[in-house]
Design a protein. Structure first.
Length: 134
């Protein structure tokens, strides 16, 4: 029939991958290398209020072989964030927002507080994951 992903059971490996990513990293940015909003979100993380840099791990879905709106994005929507667009920022496994949401939270100072509450360090280490880990 050629149907799209329709049930959570179809996404078991993607859900496990994302759960592991969120468990291993306090701050996770889901991104795509060609997305201008993803670039803007990275700039926010590299210059969170007052010029401090937050440590984060970036998962570049297109570099991981994920098709546009593929199973990884479907797993995100169904199980973690209820949105499909990227970028998506997670702190301690909780969805913080898309670029627009993070931009507003950064303006208000809420984003800095979320990072401080997470216990993550501010020293600018960025780890980019470009392949699915087994």
């Amino acid at each position: 029939m050629g149907s799209s992903v329709s049930s959570t059971s179809d996404l078991t490996s993607e859900i496990a991958f994302l759960t592991n990513a969120f468990n291993q990293n306090k701050v996770v940015l889901i991104s795509k290398t060609y997305c201008p909003y993803c670039d803007k979100a990275k700039r926010i993380l590299q210059n969170v209020k007052f010029g401090e840099h937050i440590n984060y791990t970036c998962y570049e879905f297109n570099k991981m072989g994920q098709p546009r709106n593929g199973p990884m994005q479907q797993a995100l929507k169904k199980n973690f964030s209820n949105v499909t667009e990227v970028p998506q920022l997670f702190v301690n496994g909780k969805f913080v927002g898309t670029y627009e949401m993070c931009k507003e939270k950064n303006k208000s100072g809420e984003l800095m507080q979320i990072f401080k509450d997470s216990g993550e360090e501010f020293c600018g280490k960025i780890k980019t994951i470009i392949q699915m880990q087994e």
